[in-house]
Design a binder for this molecule. Structure first.
Ligand SMILES: [Ca+2]
Length: 323
């Protein structure tokens, strides 16, 4: 398309004007018809779309939650106490014992130790107890309407409807968090298609009600994200008084022998092992909340949830469950 010179000049001189025009709020009707057309072009049936949008109104409460995710505000100590609670450790150990045969079988098959599977299950939904009551297609449509990540949520919306059409879950049963995460492992629809597993072999990837499917889906997510089978996530450490804390860098991996030579010891005072492992040094929260050496698997946990508070707390919870 040829753009007339005058308009080009206007675009260059008044970029603000152009921006203002593109952010004029759409009516909900215009948004819905656009979203419906997109979904239909990707094979979603009109009948299902009628079900979703009959009486649909944007849920402003969901939008408010999206703008203030609690995780960013809490300091590490508070966050860790919440995740690695006495209840979660006790319940995690009891459930690991109860489902030991199944969990150990899956752990061996996927190369992901069972305590991490249990820790993620416990962190996401308190071991399946709290999976969310929001209507997932509508929550995703609402998040797409809000516009900050419209493309992402439009894609998730269409994938959610594909899950229904493929028979993994019914429309009425597709419940989850306001952010679109579902089932006992809280997968987004895209994660469901990438990682969910039908481990019990009944033809459906049932992350709501089948524990074999839930556990294998979690293990598969970690495996596909690069989990190194014979390594852990990281460890809390003690720094010597003369330590150069400017070395903190979540991506600066160095051999354990390097950190040993810097005087780093484990939190309980022991020397670092003489293993050919790479580790990076971080403060998950503020420096007074503790220093950690992290291994490459820490970055796998970050793929699950991009928060170093989350990854550290889940690692510590897995350690407690394994104890
Ligand atoms: Ca299944």
């Amino acid at each position: 398309m040829i753009i007339p010179a005058l308009i080009l000049v206007v675009l260059m001189v008044f970029p603000m004007v152009v921006k203002a025009q593109t952010t004029v709020p759409r009516t909900q009707e215009a948004f819905v018809s656009q979203l419906r057309a997109k979904a239909q072009s990707q094979g979603i049936s009109e009948r299902l779309l009628d079900q979703v949008f009959h009486g649909f109104t944007v849920d402003h409460k969901a939008i408010a939650s999206d703008k203030s995710q609690a995780e960013d505000r809490l300091r590490f100590t508070k966050y860790r106490k919440n995740i690695v609670s006495d209840y979660r450790v006790k319940r995690g150990r009891a459930l690991y014992a109860k489902h030991r045969m199944l969990l150990d079988k899956i752990a061996k098959e996927y190369g992901v130790p069972a305590p991490y599977i249990v820790a993620l299950w416990g962190t996401e939904t308190s071991f399946g107890a709290v999976t969310g009551n929001h209507n997932i297609p509508r929550a995703l449509a609402t998040l797409a309407y809000e516009g900050r990540r419209e493309e992402l949520f439009t894609n998730e919306f269409i994938l959610a409807l594909k899950m229904i059409q493929e028979g993994h879950v019914s429309y009425d049963q597709m419940k989850g968090s306001w952010a679109g995460a579902m089932g006992q492992c809280q997968f987004m629809p895209s994660s469901f298609f990438n990682y969910a597993v039908d481990y019990d072999g009944d033809g459906r990837k049932n992350i709501w009600h089948s524990l074999p499917d839930v556990f294998a889906s979690i293990a598969n997510y970690l495996k596909q994200s690069g989990w190194i089978a014979d390594q852990r996530w990281g460890r809390q450490i003690l720094l010597p008084t003369q330590f150069d804390v400017s070395q903190e860098d979540i991506n600066a991996f160095r051999p354990l022998s390097f950190w040993s030579s810097q005087g780093v010891r484990f939190a309980h005072g022991g020397a670092l092992p003489q293993l050919p492992m790479q580790a990076a040094f971080i403060f998950p929260g503020s420096p007074e909340e503790g220093a950690y050496l992290i291994y490459p698997n820490f970055h796998v946990l970050l793929k699950w949830n991009f928060s170093r508070l989350f990854a550290t707390a889940v690692g510590l919870l897995a350690d407690e469950i394994a104890r």
